[in-house]
Design a protein. Structure first.
Length: 435
């Protein structure tokens, strides 16, 4: 049996983080169940596989308690100084703010760790009952329950608490599609993807709406913007950003030769309508140039009669958004600000991620949106996502939106593992610097 030290003041977490060899990178769960396998062997296999997670939890809880003690001592010292001198410290609330933030971030993890220690203690006490014939069967059942609790903490609770929930977790999504290589076939594929995401959104209970679509003369769309309103839409679809490649025989190809075409997709976090023009850390209204003009289109009683089209330019970044599909200037302005805010928020998220990686000197290259992420092979009736490998999906089931969920779930699991790996590596580097 592997006995863990229960003292959080022990320096062992630092040493373990620094010296522990990294196992293969997977945190999916326990080893496959085998008949008659000893429960302790199952648990120890899980604990070995998740050793890094356990050591990082120990380190973070110990660090949080140490910081808590320091902040509490600082607060008491300031209060004592104020009592003796009568002087008011202008920065006194800073300690309270640090303390509140610390308790908010570390509280759930500390409670989970305390449960680990409690269950582990109960497990040690239960082992003594195994030697008593009258209580052996009952003790074995209790042992299995306790070991299952520890395994759940390692494989489910600790990883979930180590990775903070994203700030964009409840946001809707804006999907920008732009035809690339392939001419008219690329425009047709752009329309296919627009339909695929629309059907997928309906299946998830979200509300899809086409914000704008620039039709191609040969059919399909040169570019299009799809708004998907619903909690969690952005988190589910954000991995769709990248280049989608289709391989199929165009209707105009007489020789039956397979052509390759591409469409670039960008998925952006979407704010609420009421917040679209609200000034905050994303932009100042003074930095946005607003232009109005007559709409261009195929005709109609409103086209070219009123200046309903709107173009926004964010001067510091050079981002330009044009909108003319709505009937009024007010509606086009609102839509344009939504798109502008989404693009600026997307840039901010990318910048923050890059800063976090640079801060811990992580040289692992992030995914590039110019990279090919998925291939839709029509002749072979196969769809391959190049980040998660070939899945048991067919062209038709994916394009109808039905099997897209399988790809989305596989990508979300990959993102979860990436985020967990980043947290573990960051904690290990911090431990190395503190040692």
């Amino acid at each position: 049996m592997l006995r863990l030290r229960t003292s959080l003041r022990s320096p062992s977490p630092l040493a373990a983080l620094r010296n522990h060899p990294r196992p293969r990178r997977t945190y999916a769960g326990a080893a496959p169940h085998k008949k008659q396998q000893d429960p302790w062997q199952q648990f120890e296999a899980v604990q070995k596989e998740h050793a890094r997670i356990l050591q990082v939890v120990q380190f973070k809880v110990a660090l949080a308690r140490q910081t808590f003690d320091e902040v509490r001592f600082d607060s008491r010292a300031r209060a004592h100084s104020t009592f003796l001198t009568g002087a008011q410290h202008s920065d006194a609330p800073k300690s309270d703010t640090r303390l509140s933030k610390l308790l908010k971030n570390s509280g759930p993890l500390t409670r989970a760790w305390q449960r680990w220690l409690t269950v582990h203690k109960s497990l040690d006490e239960n082992r003594a009952l195994l030697a008593l014939p009258d209580l052996k069967e009952l003790a074995e059942d209790e042992q299995s329950t306790l070991l299952a609790d520890l395994s759940a903490l390692l494989t489910r609770d600790f990883p979930a608490l180590l990775v903070p929930p994203p700030s964009t977790g409840a946001m809707s999504a804006l999907i920008e599609l732009k035809a690339g290589v392939g001419g008219s076939e690329s425009s047709l594929f752009c329309a296919d993807l627009l339909r695929m995401y629309t059907r997928y959104a309906h299946a998830r209970g979200w509300a899809p709406a086409v914000v704008s679509a620039n039709a191609s003369e040969q059919g399909g769309f040169k570019d299009a913007i799809l708004e998907i309103t619903g909690a969690g839409a952005y988190e589910a679809l954000r991995a769709e950003s990248g280049v989608h490649r289709v391989q199929r025989v165009p209707a105009t190809e007489s020789s039956g030769r397979v052509h390759t075409s591409t469409v670039a997709a960008v998925v952006l976090p979407l704010s609420e309508d009421a917040e679209a023009e609200k000034e905050d850390d994303l932009f100042n209204m003074d930095d946005v140039r607003i232009e109005v003009m007559r709409a261009r289109g195929a005709g109609g009683q409103h086209v070219n009669k009123t200046e309903s089209a709107v173009r926004l330019t964010h001067v510091p970044t050079g981002i330009t958004v044009s909108m003319q599909d709505e009937r009024s200037q007010h509606q086009n302005r609102r839509r344009a600000f939504q798109v502008l805010r989404a693009r600026l928020m997307d840039q901010k998220l990318i910048r923050e991620q890059a800063e976090r990686r640079a801060a811990r000197r992580n040289l692992v290259r992030t995914a590039d949106r110019s990279e090919k992420i998925r291939t839709y092979n029509y002749p072979q009736d196969r769809v391959t996502d190049h980040r998660v490998g070939k899945l048991n999906t067919t062209w038709g089931s994916v394009m109808e939106g039905d099997a897209l969920e399988d790809i989305v779930l596989a990508l979300k699991e990959r993102q979860r593992l990436d985020a967990l790996e980043e947290v573990l590596a960051e904690a290990e580097e911090m431990a190395a610097e503190m040692s």
